[in-house]
Design a protein around this ligand. Sequence first.
Ligand SMILES: [Zn+2]
Ligand SMILES: [Zn+2]
Length: 609
Amino acid sequence: MRMPINFLFGVFGPVLLSATDAGGAAEELVLAERGQSAVRIVVAASASPSTRHAAEELQTFLAEITGATLPIVGDEQPAAEREIILGQGRRLGQLGVDVDLPSLAAEGYVIRSVGPHLVIVGGEPRGTLYGVYGLLEDHLGCRWFAPGVSRIPKQDRLAIGPIDDRQVPLLEYREPFTFDCFDGDWCARNRVNSSAGRLGPEHGGKVRFASGFFVHTFARLVPPEKYFDEHPEYFSLVKGRRLKERSQLCCTNEDVVRIATDEIRRAMAAQPDATVFSVSQNDWHNYCECDACRALAEAEGSQIGPALQLVNRVAEAVEKEFPDKAVETLAYQWTRKPPNSMRPRPNVIIRLCSIECCFSHPLATCASEANQQFRRDAEGWAKVSRRLWVWDYVTDFRHYLLPFPNQRVRNDNIRFFVNHNVTGIFEQDTYNSPESELAALGGYLTAKFLWNPDYDEERAVGEFLEGYYGDAAEPIRRYLDLIHDHAEQHQVHVNIWANVDSPHLTDELLLEADRLWQEAEKQVAGDPEVLRRVQLSRMSVDYAIVERARLAAAKRALDASLLAEPARRRLEPFLDTLSTSGLTRLREHTTLDLADYRSKLAAALGRTD
Ligand SMILES: [Zn+2]
Ligand SMILES: [Zn+2]
C-alpha cells in the first residue's frame, strides 16, 4: 500500500521521545538547552576504540543538534548528577544495571534510562557504537543519506523521556556493495558492516573476507597453470576432454581436496583478522563430467553435490584449528539447486545468488519463470543450510545509468531473504564507478532495510528525497512513481542486463520523465549544491533518451521519433554533467572513453559541432 505524498512530507520531524510521550516530566533527561548542557558522556578508560569513537560521535552530533558540547570523562571519576554512560565499565555495576551482554553478540545494544542517566551498552566490537547511532537516528531524528549529506535536526531544547530500546540485527552481514557507499563513517552510521567499506578499528571493524578469497576461487586454490600439464585430472572433464582454459575443478579428486585444504589452512593462518574464506566455482560454466562427479551430482539432484563435498571436506579439516572462521561457497547458476541429502557443515556458509531473476517485481511474487525457480531453490536452501547468505543484484550491469525500477523491491526482497533464514546479504550494485543511476538513493534504502527489514519504505524514500533533493523532492517522487508504476502495471520483467530498448521504458514515459526532471531542476535553481545533485541524477533519464534516439537513428527513424527533440536538446547538458560527474563506466567491464563516446553520440544524433 502506497501513501499519499502529503503524508510522506509530514513525517520528517525528529522522532523525539518527549516527556509527554513517555509520561511524567520527572523522568525527562534534558540533554541541552539554549546551548548549555549539564550532562557528561562517560566512557571507561579501558574502552575499545569503537566505544571511544562512539563517545566522540555522540559529542559531535549532540553539539550539532544543540550547540552544546558535552564533556567526555572517564568512569574513574565520581558519578555526576546526569550522565550518558557508554559501554561496559564500572558505572554499570555502580548503578546496578544488568544487561545480558552475550545475547547482544557483536552488534546488538541496549539504550536504557536509569534514573537520571542514560546507558548505552552493546556487544563488542560494534554494539555500543551502533547504540549511539541508534539513539541519534531512531530517537533524535538524525539521518546520514550519503557521505556529506545528512539531516541533523537542530533543537534549542533537547530532552529525552524514558527509553528502553534493545536491538540486535537480524542479519549478521549487511553490505550495500555500491561505490558511493564505501565511506567508513557512512557505513558505521547506517549500521552496515560492509566488507568493502573503509571501516577501521574505530568503527569496530567489519565482516572481513580473506584477501584473495572473496569469490570464484577454484583457479586460485588449484591453479591450472601450475598443475594442469602434469595433472589434467585435477580439472573438469567436459565433453570427454580435460580443460585447462575456463575450467572448473574435479571436486571429487583426492589431490584436489588436499591442495585446496592446504591453501585454505595457509590462508587462515596468514590472515587471522579475516573470518570468511571462499571455496567457490569460477565465474563460468564447464563443470566436471567425470564418472565420480557425475554420479554425485545425480545422487544429489544438483551440481552442488560435488562442489559441496569438496567444501565440506575443506571445512571439516580446518574447523578445530580455526573455530571462528567459515568456509563459504556459492549456490550460483549451475550449482544453485539445493542438494537432496548432503548438508553443509556448521562452519560452511552458502551464498545463494539471484543473478537470473526479475528485479522490477518482488522475488516473492513475480510470476516470471526465473523468479518461480529461484523461490523453489531459496525454499530448499532455507531448509538445509545452517548459515545462509545471499548475493543479490541491484543495478543494470549493461547500462549503469539506465532507469531501473527496482527501488520498490529492495525491502520486499530483503524481507523475502530474512523469511528464508538468510543471515547475510550482499547487494551487488554499481561497485566500480560513482554516480550510477540513483546510486545514493539505492544505497541508503538498502542500508535502512538491511538493518531493519520492516523499516517503512514510504518513510525511507520520503526522508531521503527531502534530505538529498530538498525542494526538488516532489517531482522526483513523481518520477519514481512513473517508472515503477509502469513496470508494475505492464508486468514488465526487468533483469540486470536490460537494454535501452527494454519495454520498461517507452518514449512517452521518457518525455514525461524529462519534464519531471526539468521541473526538479527549476525547483532548486537557487541552491547550487542541491541543483548539482539533481543534475547528476538526471543523467539517467538523459542517457535513456539519447541512447534510444541513437537506436532510432540507426534505423533511420530518428526524425519520426518522439525523442528526436529531447535527445538533441539534452545532449550537451548530459555530456557536460557526465564529463564532470566522476562516473568512469557506463557498463560493468568497460572504462568510459568520454571523447569517443561524445563524438559517436553527437554524430549519430546528427550534431557534429
Ligand atoms: Zn570430476
Ligand atoms: Zn517480474
